[in-house]
Design a protein around this ligand. Sequence first.
Ligand SMILES: [Zn+2]
Length: 214
Amino acid sequence: MMGFDLIFGPSVERGPKNRRIYLTFDDGPNERATPAILETLAGSRVPAAFFMVGDHVQRFPRLARHVVKEGHMVGNHTHNHVKLHFVGRGRIRDQLEMAHRAIECAAGRTPRAFRAPHGYRSPFLRSAAQDLGYTVFGWTFGVFDTARPGVEEIRRRVRKRLRPGAIVLLHDGDGYDPEGDRMQTADALPGIIEDARSAGYEFAPLSELLDNRS
Ligand SMILES: [Zn+2]
């Protein structure tokens, strides 16, 4: 399902309203949370998408490569987690291109998706994203896991808000602090997966919602 805005352009905020749901992780990679999350995903055979901060990718290139090796989708989340609504055309292009190159170089995979930090889009984003061949993603719901409300609370919030086609926003890193602690999210993940499956949902790869899948 596309959100569309004449100024900001289209963004994908939800999938078709069936039992398929999509896990996404922003602001990584992170030395502790990303490997823990990858292990849970592998053990449960769940696909996910990781929208990475280019600067963190340069710091932890091995982790970015690990995400790709595990078969997950990688997306661009700017180079320095910049709020795009205050930023001019040239800086936006730089932020997207720097992260694009960092991800390509570290992970060996060309990202095809972009998500704006805090969801703040800008009129200049559209053409920069188009030029890089990106599908712009939003999300159906987040659970404020960055405020670290507790493992059980994160799990409970996801369970309450799940709905058909949902793109779930979680965080495996801190957009500004490469050492930020996201272990509550990592620790909540096994319960989130268990709850969703027992409610009849099926985890699907976000790549199936790309504009042009070829
Ligand atoms: Zn972010």
